[in-house]
Design a protein. Sequence first.
Length: 238
Amino acid sequence: MRKLILLVGVFFVAAFFGATEALAQDDGGQFQILKEKFIEGDWKFMSLVLVCLILGLAFCIERIITLNIATANTDKLLGRIDERLAEGDLEGAKEVCRSTPGPAASVLHEGLKNAHGGPDAVEKAIVSYGSVQMGLLEKGLVWISLFIAIAPMLGFMGTVIGMIQAFDKIAIVGDISPAVVAGGIKVALLTTVFGLIVAIILQIFYNYIVSKIDGIVNKMEDASIGLVDVMAKNNVFK
């Protein structure tokens, strides 16, 4: 499932770049300038920076889609569980959790499975399984962080190598005139600019994803506390 969503993310990224290309052809504005500057940069490093952007956006889109699917109305879910437990239907409450997508429902289902052990067993099961779900929610973030770190590094590396090449030209020509080094320095600085742009874009997505995960985790914790209260209210612990 995760591979499928990641492929969908790659497709959306490709569609985005295709739309950007079409817009750049129709309008000689900012997109065209950005494209020209990208081509003017050193292709060896600019290509690597572009790969970081594409893969980073693919992982970001995959996480956003997955987290949106994982988001559930925990209040409504707890209400349905309360109704089943009020009828004495513990298995029905478990079925409600099984039929509801998302980590919150999975954690509550784990708690219901341990109802026979009392409130302590339920809380322990919720905490243990909650850690597992937390790890699943954060899956893929390490790759986004990697691309955020690598993109500007590749840009800086391109800049340093470009400066070295510029000084090599000075040594060969024996002249320090601007005409000799301006082109090399321009190409070198462009790699840094695009590396920083990629890092900024991915950082914005990363922060959004982290805030989304925090919101889901908070809902999971609230639902877990509410589950213990609902089970105690309906005399499940006997």
